[in-house]
Design a protein around this ligand. Structure first.
Ligand code: AMP
Ligand code: MG
Length: 474
């Protein structure tokens, strides 16, 4: 039996609606993450397809739909909430960390607005795959516990598609938008309660700060600066950085129209609905800062009773995002380039590299190729813009070229979820064959190690794959 300990349901009455998942015609498990289940102390026997789809709640669960608000593409929605998700409860994992277990696609809730409360197999397995890949790449992220088919056909733009549910694990589902909801209601008592809860759960040191709400803001800022720097180092574009999709914990959440860049392009946008490029690759750091400013606004009443004084305290915290992000970003790319010390010109060196890659070279492969040149391999094309950049870098790295190459290969993945491979795997799964999904998942579990017979997984999309567009029809 799963040892649930549901602090959110217990301590935060008024922050959710108790709810149950929909009963579905023919639940069938597609994938169960046994390794993660064991880390969470779950008994796999209990996690049947009925449980994974939400039709049956496991013993000890208190299924609830959480309420939150959020800025979506800059416009404020005062009430969003779990429109098709349920938080089953929390468990303490084998490292002593509290983790949420939630479902996505488990049916309508009081927060569904116009939506059907459902999810379909492609996007469910996409979130499974990319979350697990991000975890293997060392990025803080929600994870996939399992995925199950519902046996239902769900109508989407492309036609009727197989319905599915994702079971997701997160260190919590607290979002910037959770704070915004109670701030918009001007419910300062609940805002204070939420702040206490978030601090106790994620940043206990903030509890003893002079102004705990300000210390929470600082902690979230630093976690997000570190997270976005990791995204940038991997060429990852989240695609929907709405404030309801930004966690307090600093984990990546809600893999919808996200994608990884092939040929480097700092303006890269993949989501069909992001026509203005609000969430383009290079915009992610300023958007994270913008979202943190929304969190700061929500927290103002707890920072100081006097609004002007509260603003005076919050503004420097938000302004400090930029230097903190820059430091995290520089550290990230230093490691990618095998630099073990910090020097003044490092940011210029990195920016010169990115300028050389822009529109010309595969982002992921380039770093592996640079490492290969240190082993005497002629890995870069002669015409490569990197050739001109290389001498400055070679002069900057340590003497022991093999050691540098080894450290680079431990930092720069050989395998990322290539868009064309993800699409191929999801198309097959939608048609009933999960073989390609399983193979891709397995390759991505060891992203830094060359795997025999898996060469094609390291390659960019063939040119006939064309421009990649992701759809929000999740
Ligand atoms: P997302 O963009 O997926 O983060 O979702 C934004 C909001 O829309 C959240 O409140 C979701 O719960 C809700 N939502 C998304 N898809 C659906 C759906 N099919 N049915 C009901 N609510 C949905
Ligand atoms: Mg969301």
């Amino acid at each position: 039996m799963t040892a649930f300990d549901n602090s959110y349901a217990r301590e935060l009455a008024g922050f959710y609606t108790p709810w149950a998942g929909a009963v579905t015609p023919a639940p069938k498990t597609l994938k169960f993450n046994a390794v993660l289940a064991s880390e969470l102390g779950l008994d796999p026997v209990e996690w049947t397809a009925d449980v994974l789809t939400g039709a049956t709640a496991p013993v000890g669960a208190t299924p609830i739909a959480q309420v939150y608000a959020g800025h979506q593409f800059g416009g404020f929605s005062p009430q969003l909430g779990d429109g098709r998700a349920l938080l089953l409860g929390e468990v303490i994992d084998s490292h002593g960390n509290r983790r949420d277990i939630a479902l996505k696609g488990s049916g309508r809730t009081p927060y569904s607005r116009g939506g059907d409360g459902k999810a379909v197999v492609g996007p469910v397995l996409r979130e499974y795959l990319i979350g697990e890949a991000m975890h293997a790449l060392g990025v803080p992220t929600t994870r996939a516990l399992g995925a199950a088919l519902t046996g239902e056909r769900v109508l989407r733009e492309a036609g009727p598609l197989p319905g599915a549910v994702l079971a997701r694990v997160a260190s919590s589902h607290l979002r910037v938008g959770t704070f915004q909801y109670f701030a918009a209601q001007q419910d300062h008592a609940k805002l204070r309660q939420l702040t206490h809860y978030a601090i106790a759960r994620h940043y206990p040191d903030a509890a003893t700060a002079d102004v705990p709400a300000l210390a929470l803001l600082e902690a979230v800022r630093d976690a997000q600066a570190a997270l976005v720097a990791k995204w940038m180092g991997l060429g990852f574009v989240h695609g929907v950085m709405n404030t309801d999709n930004m966690t307090i914990s600093g984990e990546t959440i809600d893999y919808g129209p996200c994608a990884f860049i092939d040929t480097f392009d700092e303006r890269a946008v993949f989501s069909s609905i992001d026509t203005g490029g609000r969430y383009a690759y290079a915009n992610q750091p300023p958007i994270a800062q913008w979202n943190l400013a929304r969190l700061a606004e929500a927290l103002l009443p707890l920072i100081d009773e006097d609004t002007d004084a509260a603003i005076a305290k919050a503004v420097p915290v938000i302004n400090d995002f930029a230097p903190r992000y820059e430091a995290a970003w520089t550290a990230e790319f230093r490691a990618k380039l095998g630099l073990t010390t910090a020097q003044d010109g490092d940011a210029d060196l990195i920016n010169a590299l990115l300028a050389a890659l822009q529109g010309k070279a595969d982002f992921t492969q380039s770093f592996r190729q640079l490492a290969a040149t240190l082993r005497g391999k002629d890995a870069l094309p002669d015409s490569s813009a990197l050739q001109a950049w290389m001498p400055a870098w070679r002069a900057r790295i340590g003497e022991d070229k093999n050691a540098v190459a080894t450290s680079m290969d431990a930092k720069n993945p050989l395998y990322i979820p290539r868009n064309h491979l993800v699409e191929e795997a999801l198309d097959a799964a939608t048609a009933g064959d999960t073989g390609p999904f399983e193979e891709l998942l397995e390759v991505l579990a060891q992203p830094f190690l060359a795997q025999a017979g898996k060469d094609r997984f390291a390659l960019p999309a063939p040119s006939d794959f064309g421009r990649y567009t992701t759809f929000c029809g999740t």
